[in-house]
Design a protein around this ligand. Structure first.
Ligand code: ATP
Ligand code: MG
Length: 382
């Protein structure tokens, strides 16, 4: 997968620019607040169907405009494709595939695939379980469209079931039959979603182990497992797992009524991330947590390749500068066979890397790079 070019009009602080990318390593550099992350945000919009950081789509439109546009040309093994998006202030954003309007945003998810790593992803290790579930959900959604539909169904049933659990005893009487139906639906969906997540986590564990083995010369051994209410034996068959979730929902109804919420099912699950047998949340150093998060993201790319036959585009927002030289070098040597788009304030960090395509951005505009001190001295000497 390769992002060949992206063009922005009135997108964030970019008035009008076309940026071309090459195979291998592309480095977008510039000072703080110039529009580096805005470019990655625009590219990732086509992978996920929404921004990774805007709360509302309207935030993406340039302050002086009523509509923003982005258009991207990418190449996959299916050939060259163009995706576009129009973001009007007064209505929903619309996606276009080869200039034809796309019915639903979910239709384009999974077409252009990218893995994003930005500073907030360090939260994968230290933040609450919902962050780790989100990581899994986004990663699996890009590979299995069925997963998005199952998850949306699960969330809808969960919301309805919770509404009944919150009712007064009197009110709830009329809904007892429906409550049972919802419990069964949640048990079935939990079974299928948990199975897909576990299948994914096994692959993730394999790849993260491999990355760490090489990055730390085998000194640090990570382990990633899926944590759920069910025991290992329950996973023997789909029936036994479904029975487990079903029993949990049936046998704890009094407790759930007390809390006014569904307490069992995949919306409560988590990833257990350990380094050398210790919970990474509490015992790993900052650098180790950073390396773990990055290894998980790179593994996401490996799994994507195993499933689809090609690597996704890697988008790294200002993350390598925080790793020590050894780890950084290992990552760089490992990713250069794919297309990577990296943002940084310090282009010198890439001096030793060959064949880098540098893109310099200043105040939302592509510019010629400013001369380095060495180049200025050379000019004077001439
Ligand atoms: P850093 O190195 O600090 O991460 P960056 O180059 O990644 O900086 P971005 O986050 O890409 O910076 O861009 C931030 C700039 O974009 C800010 O100056 C901000 O005011 C501007 N900006 C954000 N949204 C809009 C918008 N809708 N219209 C115009 N400008 C915007
Ligand atoms: Mg930034």
């Amino acid at each position: 997968m390769k992002c060949k070019e992206i063009e922005f009009t009135s997108f964030r602080n970019i008035e009008s620019e076309k940026i071309e990318f090459k195979d291998g390593i592309n480095v977008i550099y510039g000072e703080n607040a110039q529009g580096k992350t805005n470019i990655l945000e625009g590219i990732y919009l086509f992978a996920r169907g929404k921004s990774f950081r805007a709360f509302k789509d309207k935030e993406l439109i340039n302050f002086n405009s009523n509509v923003g546009y982005a258009r991207m040309v990418y190449e996959s093994k299916k050939g060259e494709m163009e995706l576009g998006v129009e973001i009007p202030k007064s209505s929903q954003k619309k996606f276009y595939r080869n200039k034809n309007k796309v019915g639903k945003t979910s239709e384009i998810i999974g077409e252009f695939r990218a893995v994003l790593f930005c500073p907030s992803h360090l939260g994968i290790i230290k933040d609450s379980p919902s962050v780790r579930r989100k990581f899994l959900d986004i990663a699996i959604s890009q590979l299995r469209p069925l997963y998005i539909r199952m998850l949306a169904k699960y969330n809808a049933v969960l919301e309805n079931r919770n509404a009944i659990l919150k009712m007064s005893d009197e009110e709830r009487k009329a809904y007892e039959g429906i409550l049972e139906v919802y419990s069964e639906e949640l048990a079935t969906l939990s079974t299928d979603i948990a199975n897909m997540r576990i299948e994914y986590v096994k692959k993730l564990d394999f790849w993260v182990k491999r990355y760490f083995e090489e990055m730390t010369d085998g000194k640090e051994l990570p382990s990633i497992t899926y944590e759920t209410n069910a025991d290992e034996a329950d996973f023997d068959s789909r029936e036994s797992l479904k029975k487990k979730y079903s029993d949990l929902l049936k046998n704890n109804i009094e407790r759930e009524i007390k809390y006014g919420a569904t307490l069992y099912g995949i919306h409560k699950d988590d990833l257990k991330i350990e380094l050398n047998g210790k919970d990474a949340r509490f015992y790993s150093s900052q650098g180790q947590q950073r390396s773990l998060a990055l290894a998980m993201k790179l593994s996401e790319g490996e799994i994507s390749k195993e499933t689809s036959g090609e690597y996704p585009v890697f988008l790294l927002d200002d993350v390598l500068s925080e790793l020590d030289e050894k780890r950084r070098k290992y990552i760089m040597s490992n990713i250069k066979k794919r297309q990577v788009i990296i943002t940084t304030c310090e282009s010198t960090a890439f001096n030793e890397v060959d064949d880098v395509n540098f893109v310099y951005i200043n105040n939302g505009k592509l510019c010629e790079a400013p001369k380095t001190d060495d180049e200025m001295i050379e000019n004077i000497e001439e």
